[in-house]
Design a protein around this ligand. Sequence first.
Ligand SMILES: *Cc1c(COP(=O)(O)O)cnc(C)c1O
Length: 245
Amino acid sequence: MSGRRDELAARLAEVRERVDAACAAAGRADAPPTLVAVTKFFPGSDVELLAGMGVTDIGESRDQEAGDKVAGLSEQVRADLRVHFVGQLQTNKARRVARYADVVQSVDRSRLVRALDSGRETAVEEEDATEPLDVLLQVDLGEGDEAGRGGAAPGTLGALADEVAAARWLRLRGVMAIAPRDLTPDDTRRAFDRLVALGEELRHTHPDATWVSAGMSGDLETAVAAGATHLRVGSAILGSRPPHR
Ligand SMILES: *Cc1c(COP(=O)(O)O)cnc(C)c1O
């Protein structure tokens, strides 16, 4: 166990150095992003070790795994941790996610808005939650024929945002995206700039939607430069995971 602790501590320190350097380069040392450690495929014991190292936010992307993992955390660790659901979410899983997550970053359609709102309401009634669920709209940044990586088409964001804002048990916090695959750093920067601009547009009507979640292990510097408020970093902290699907 202490081997794993040392390994995580070393990788986390390296990531924090990368984030600090990127913030310094971007002139935002006084406004660093929130680091969300994406712990999918890794056990709850890793989450507890990371929490002991000052990690305040974790990300999960698979419902069954995430629900069991969060339920198994010690009460003390759970109380101080923000749990973000960042993966593709089927409508029939939304009610369960609305019970254990603090944030859902991957909202991309109306049906999901309704399912999360109703799931959160039930969770509050049953005293599993007290607050509305924080929600980010996931935007598809793919262009033309490129395969996007999930998310709502930019043109649909306004309507979706209005629906979230009208939902009693949801709180619209901003936007999220995954950069399209195989972009050059310049093109990744352009994609993140576009996401930031879409977030600004949203704030004309929803001033509290200030979060921009962008940047993963491979492109976090670019996301910091573009103005991301939240980074979602998995393998650079946890190590490589089994191939996804
Ligand atoms: C897995 C995952 C990440 C983390 O990716 P890494 O490249 O391992 O840092 C970030 N965001 C989402 C939506 C993910 O599913």
